[in-house]
Design a binder for this molecule. Structure first.
Ligand code: ZN
Length: 198
């Protein structure tokens, strides 16, 4: 549609999640008209984030160091582990201020349609962490949708024989949605009211 590099920009923007062709075009034209200093700052931060941010060696949260801020914090309770699908779920749960333990980020959910099975998730790493017998409770905080449920059910079967307390968030979260879209109060309540996994 457009010439050379402008079309390249629109194509690249269009590959971002949630950006349709119209939005990609709108962002591209905004950037074309923007102050060069502002665009340079955006370009710099994109490069910097890829260079500096990696995954925490323990929990796979995003981190700028070997260990993320939460794993490195001695005030966080090492006996409780909250298992989530994505980094953004950590952010959502942290916002509720109801959880003082540590996390394990799976990197997705079991979804046969998308070819994602247990081996594609960081479940092996989770089981390895449990060899450290400090951990007494695992809270399964996967998304309240089909894939999240399948993942939690699979994990419950894996974890129960280990003699750990396995809990799930209380109902009340909007079914079919993502954890990150639940409001803080609802998510906070679901956390406090967590129950033994069925
Ligand atoms: Zn960590």
């Amino acid at each position: 549609m457009y010439e050379g590099v402008v079309q390249d920009l629109i194509d690249e923007l269009g590959r971002l999640p949630g950006v349709g062709p119209k939005s990609a075009q709108r962002i591209a034209f905004h950037l074309l008209q923007a102050d060069p200093t502002d665009v340079r700052r955006l370009a710099d931060v994109l490069i910097e984030v890829k260079a500096r941010v990696r995954f925490c060696a323990t929990c796979f949260n995003v981190s700028e160091a070997e260990q993320c801020r939460i794993c490195a914090d001695p005030r966080r309770d090492p006996t409780t582990l909250c298992v989530v699908e994505e980094y953004k779920d950590v952010v959502a749960i942290e916002r509720t201020r109801e959880f003082k333990g540590r996390y394990h980020v799976l990197g997705g959910a079991i979804s046969p349609i998308d070819g994602i099975g247990p081996d594609q998730l960081r479940i092996r790493e989770l089981l390895q962490r449990l060899a450290d017998d400090q951990i007494g409770e695992i809270i399964l905080a996967t998304d309240p949708n089909l894939e999240g449920e399948a993942t939690a059910t699979y994990l419950t079967r894996q974890l129960r024989p280990l003699g750990l307390r396995v809990t799930r968030l209380a109902s009340g979260l909007p079914v079919g949605g993502d954890l990150e879209y639940a409001d803080e109060v609802t998510l906070g309540r679901a956390f406090v009211g967590r129950q033994a996994a069925p």
